[in-house]
Design a protein around this ligand. Structure first.
Ligand code: BGC
Length: 458
């Protein structure tokens, strides 16, 4: 079937994203809770000799930003690390501010608009020792840090106050996976209240200092859909799960945001098999199934990332439409990407997700930009350097860089502000995936309003 090229407006931003902690390396001048944790687990997460993109070293961030500009990307999300700016309470590291200034100046020179993230999981160690987000005082300390950053970089338009409150709060206070490794719901609710306060007060502060700024937060979405359209049980459970995992954080803060940052990687179907008893989790190439008394099956029929996350661009389209209907705000896709060391599925992933996004725009969703995660392979938190999301592949021992083929496809789309599927699929998608790519993009482009597109892989 022939499709005419999908066009984006000339103001649309194509860009990439990274966080300060994951990109910078060099721990000498940074005292964060994650530094303390990684030092404690020496060689268990980062192996001997491994290095990241080392953006704190003069020249390293600059060379990767130059690559982003060569890939025709016009927006870059970076972070400003509180643990670096204020390594000890009340002590402001001027050299750190100067390094961020260099990076931002370079972006300006290259014609790249910055989007600055102020909180991406990490806290200064002194804040963590005072109780971190469990302590109400942290809100005031954080706002003081925001004031310093605002005074230093007043020309910045796009701001993200907090990255992924859901991940920070569940991994940090319920699952015990991120610092401070809590596992209790009372702490979760206390930390949640303070974090939400930092988000709403941070918004008021940035807007009062910089009236032309555009301020948002980036929300993670493990997005759920009901497997059967007509099962009210599945619909109800899906609604409840999406509320608990995803939208409750936005419901609390959306009035203090100019735009919504959407971080999307994957999603799951929710299925009921009434009658089954017992609990089991099966995980194989196509099905992850948890059988509770009411049997909930989570079925992702898809290609998968190196992390086994199913590639489900139809969920992305569904999510974008839902966000528009629910909050009616401009959207930036602040993260979308795949861990794929060999670049096997990345072109497929980017192309199908951009097609889904284009269709969402066509259906009236107000999307202003798309930032691929990530600019370059980087430190994937507890996974160390094992998960490779980058447009640029990084050799973690030598620091050598190679631009992945999929990045070149994104560069063509960004340059032309246009997706020509019939031209790109044969040139960028591996032969074995081409038929699926045609079928899925076609399904996305004909998304019916009522039951929403479904990707079929076979
Ligand atoms: C986070 C990133 C992380 C990425 C991939 C997002 O949840 O904001 O820091 O690297 O997902 O896991």
């Amino acid at each position: 079937m022939s499709t005419s090229p999908l066009r984006f407006s000339s103001e649309f931003f194509f860009g990439s994203a990274i966080s300060a902690y994951q990109a910078e390396g060099e721990t000498g001048t940074r005292h964060g809770d994650w530094d303390e944790y990684l030092a404690r687990r020496k060689y268990q997460i980062i192996r001997p000799g491994e290095i990241g993109p080392q953006w704190w070293k003069k020249g390293e961030a600059e060379r990767d930003l130059k690559t982003m500009a060569n890939l025709n990307l016009t927006m870059q999300r970076i972070g400003i690390e509180w643990a670096r700016i204020e390594p000890d309470e009340g002590i402001i590291n001027q050299e750190a501010l100067a390094r961020y200034r260099e990076i931002l100046d370079e972006m300006k020179r290259l014609g790249i608009s910055p989007m600055l993230t102020l909180s991406h999981y990490v806290l200064p160690d002194w804040v963590a020792k005072q109780g971190g987000w469990l302590n109400g005082k942290t809100v005031q300390s954080f706002l003081r840090f925001v004031r310093i950053v605002l005074a230093e970089f007043p020309e910045t338009t796009y701001w993200l106050i907090v990255n992924e409150p859901a991940v920070l709060l569940t991994a940090g206070f319920v699952l015990g996976y991120f610092p401070p490794f809590g596992r209790n719901m009372f702490s979760y609710f206390r930390a949640r209240r303070n974090l939400m306060k930092a988000m709403t007060e941070g918004y008021a502060l940035i807007k009062s200092v910089n009236t032309t700024s555009q301020v948002g937060n980036a929300f993670s979405f493990a997005w759920m859909r009901p497997h059967a359209h007509d099962s009210w049980l599945e619909l109800a459970l899906t609604g409840a799960t999406n509320y608990l995992l995803n939208t409750n954080y936005i419901d609390t803060t959306h009035t203090a945001m100019d735009f919504l940052g959407v971080n999307f990687y994957t999603g799951y179907y929710i299925e009921f098999h009434p009658g089954k008893l017992g609990f089991s989790v099966q995980k194989d190439a196509s099905v992850m199934r948890a059988s509770l008394p009411l049997s909930i099956a989570i079925r992702p029929p898809a290609y998968r990332s190196d992390w086994s996350w199913p590639i489900v661009p139809d969920f992305f389209l569904h999510l974008l439409k839902t966000m528009q209907n629910r909050y009616n705000k401009p959207i930036f896709v602040t993260e979308n990407g795949i861990a794929d060391r060999e670049d096997t599925y990345r072109s497929f992933y980017i192309l199908t997700h951009l097609t889904a996004m284009w269709r969402a725009i066509e259906l009236g969703v107000d999307i202003r930009g798309y930032l691929y995660w990530s600019s370059i392979d980087n430190l994937e938190w507890n996974e160390g350097y094992q998960k490779r999301f980058g447009l640029i592949a990084l050799n973690h021992f030598t620091g050598a860089r190679t631009v992945r083929k999929s990045a070149k496809m994104l560069a063509e789309i960004a340059k032309n502000k246009r997706i020509d599927l019939e031209d790109l699929i044969p040139r960028y998608i591996p032969t074995a995936q081409q038929e699926t790519a045609y079928r899925i993009t076609d399904q996305l482009l004909h998304d019916p309003r009522k039951h929403h597109a479904r990707c079929t892989y076979r």
